[in-house]
Design a protein around this ligand. Structure first.
Ligand SMILES: Cc1ncc(COP(=O)(O)O)c(C=O)c1O
Length: 437
């Protein structure tokens, strides 16, 4: 495919996008008056302007212009339960009916903590936060204080939250810790860092698969070498399983058979509500026992909020059992294979990487970064016109609500290629219009 053809398809797709989404543009213009760029979550920005989604049901979402999409993004991996789980709705209503903002310990938090500790080999004790970012900040702070060392090993392409971002160098809004940012999956670089600075290293923080970094799985041998290097140096190995916890009932760590000293989780374990948790060995986490004279403080008004706790328990009991997660993993692996087959058969310039139900489609035009950027946007917009919603950066995360029909429909949409578009705004069963707030 020559560059000029990409350019003309790309311009035409942008034109159609603008024409078919006036409501989303109007929503952004209104938001710009009170939110910088109309945005309060940077990752949701995509040019020429993002869609404004007003509601969803099951595995479908609907934008303010009335287009219905199969949601293949699943809230950037946080949305595992579809958009209208009656079980979660009941758990939330029940918790609300019992009273919220209770100003003390409640029966809810222990229920969730027991379930999480039972699942993860590395969690003897756990504490709750309100986001994955906060969970990672607390895990790193604990590692630095418990070891009495300043240095944190992280990896290029890593994402551990808004202030712990290592995608394109070290982000200017990152917390000012002493980071050593090493290439991912590079055993020699890790070994050299430990040889040079081992006595200064408090922790190694790593995603078993880099999510925001493009769904790049870690080499299990690399993770094992980090396990060995950190243990020898007296540093803590921390797995950020905020995304990968869905890879099995015990997360990626159980699947890989590698047990870190600490683990952070978030996203879906709050049943769709704001959530995070960090935990680890009893020895490390007991430092947070507030009755100790040397207790490390960890505050947070909503750490034990009863709605999130109740939703998390409901999610774990009803949706996140071993069988369901194994099936989801297998379904995701099969989808990745099918995408690979379709791009081969059609000659589309893409590759897919990922682990289980979380994957990323990457452009491979061979024509340079600008052509790659345009063809990825073309794919994003083309799939949207055919009724399938993925992230602008190519990320896809299957929720439990996405069924076989939706997956085969997605593969057909992909197999349709990037030209000869047949816009279909009525895909799927239209869902009831949600009230506009
Ligand atoms: C691996 C990983 N860690 C941490 C975070 C941060 O979680 P949150 O957005 O809840 O702060 C994310 C969010 O995408 C993530 O993917």
């Amino acid at each position: 495919m020559p560059s000029s053809q990409i350019d003309s398809l790309h311009s035409a797709a942008l034109e159609r996008y603008r024409a078919r989404n006036p409501g989303s543009l109007a929503a952004l213009e209104r938001a710009r008056k009170v939110l910088p760029g109309g945005n309060t979550r940077s990752s949701l920005w995509n040019g020429p302007f993002p869609l404004c989604i007003e509601g969803g049901e099951g595995c479908r979402i609907r934008d303010v212009d009335g287009h219905v999409y199969v949601d293949m993004l699943g809230e950037f991996t946080a949305g595992l339960f579809g958009h209208s789980s009656p079980l979660l709705a009941k758990a939330l209503a029940d918790a609300h009916a019992r009273g919220i903002n209770l100003s003390s310990h409640t029966p809810y938090e222990v229920e969730l903590a027991e379930r999480l500790c039972a699942r993860f080999p590395s969690l003897e004790l756990v504490r709750f936060t309100n986001s994955g970012t906060e969970a990672n900040l607390m895990a790193l702070t604990a590692a630095r204080l418990v070891t009495g060392r300043p240095r944190i090993v992280v990896f290029e392409g890593g994402y551990h939250g808004g202030v712990l971002t290592f995608g394109h160098g070290v982000s200017p809004v990152n917390v000012p810790f002493d980071f050593a940012c090493l290439p991912y999956n590079d055993h020699d670089a890790a070994e050299a860092e430990f040889a040079a600075n081992g006595a200064q290293i408090a922790a190694v923080l790593i995603e078993p698969m880099q999510g925001a970094g493009g769904c790049r799985p870690a080499d299990p041998a690399f993770l094992q070498s980090l396990r060995d290097l950190s243990r020898e140096a007296g540093a803590f190995l921390i797995f950020d399983e905020v995304q990968t916890a869905r890879m099995s009932v015990g997360g990626a760590q159980a699947r890989l058979g590698i047990t870190p000293d600490m683990t952070t989780v978030g996203k879906f374990f709050g049943g769709g509500l704001a959530f995070g948790a960090f935990g680890g060995t009893r020895e490390i986490m007991e430092r947070f026992d507030p009755a100790r004279p040397d207790a490390l403080p960890h505050a947070g008004t909503f750490n034990n909020n009863s709605l999130t706790m109740a939703a998390g328990v409901c999610a774990l009991d009803n949706y996140l059992g071993a069988e369901a997660l194994e099936a989801l993993f297998a379904r995701g692996e099969a989808l990745q294979q099918d995408i690979t087959r379709v791009v081969k058969e059609t000659g589309l310039p893409f590759v897919v990487t990922g682990m289980g139900s979380i994957m990323n489609i990457h452009p491979r035009t061979g024509l340079g970064a600008e052509a790659d950027r345009k063809i990825l946007q073309l794919l994003h917009l083309t799939l949207q016109e055919r009724g399938y919603y993925i992230a602008a950066r190519g990320l896809m995360a299957l929720s439990l609500a996405v069924g076989d029909d939706e997956i085969s429909g997605f593969l057909d949409a992909l197999a349709g290629g990037l030209d000869g578009l047949v816009p279909d705004t009525t895909f799927g069963t239209p869902i009831a219009k949600a009230p506009v707030r």
